[in-house]
Design a protein around this ligand. Structure first.
Ligand code: AMP
Length: 191
């Protein structure tokens, strides 16, 4: 199973990614988490990524693509993977296609979580209080929504045209959204 999980910042991608990946026994690969781990560890990649992340901008494609290529070539991703937060640009879509074709597989579905913009900002401001993420300030939150609309929203049309887009209402409680994601992917919940 090869899946991507899309949606604007604050849509709940990370939370849902964990449940879906666990169901399929595949790793949930979050580019944002990998960048944050590198920032904390003070690696060269982290130093590069931090300046973009703190400004609410995307890390350059070359850096991000290479990081994802290395990660999905790890043995645990051989049976499949769920990408959380990648691809985010049309150039990344092309790169991901090439990476998957090279392994003789295909992308099974692109799940997109939809959430009202006011709710997104409210969720991120709440997260700022609990998680203390450097990019959860009001200005940066606004910038990230703008970058998403300009760079990533067009990807929805690309996957819709391919017939693999699965749109899921991301409003409401976490468990309700998980139920919708599972239903959309035809997953029978374990009792
Ligand atoms: P996230 O945790 O998914 O909200 O990502 C946090 C930040 O990491 C983003 O605002 C970007 O600066 C960076 N980032 C994560 N994924 C990507 C990506 N696919 N392309 C470029 N930058 C990314």
């Amino acid at each position: 199973m090869r899946l991507i999980l899309m949606g604007p910042p604050g849509a709940g991608k990370g939370t849902q990614a964990t449940s879906v990946a666990e169901h399929f026994g595949i790793p949930a690969i979050s580019t944002g988490d990998i960048f944050r781990a590198n920032v904390s560890a003070g690696t060269e990649l982290g130093v590069t990524a931090k300046q973009y992340m703190d400004a609410g901008e995307y890390v350059p494609d070359e850096v991000t693509n290479e990081m994802v290529r290395n990660r999905i070539n790890e043995p645990d991703a051989e049976p499949g993977f769920l990408l959380d937060g990648y691809p985010r640009t049309t150039a990344q879509v092309t790169e991901l296609d090439a990476m998957i074709v090279a392994t003789g597989h295909r992308l099974d579905a692109a799940v997109c979580l939809t959430v009202d913009s006011e709710e997104l900002v409210a969720r991120l401001l709440k997260r700022a209080l609990t998680d203390g993420r450097a990019d959860d300030t009001e200005d940066v939150i606004r910038k990230r929504q703008e970058v998403y609309a300009a760079e990533t929203e067009p990807l929805i049309g690309i996957y819709r045209e391919r017939g693999i887009l699965v749109e899921v209402d991301g409003m409401g409680e976490v468990v309700e959204v998980t139920t919708r994601v599972f239903a959309a992917l035809d997953i029978i919940p374990e009792s």
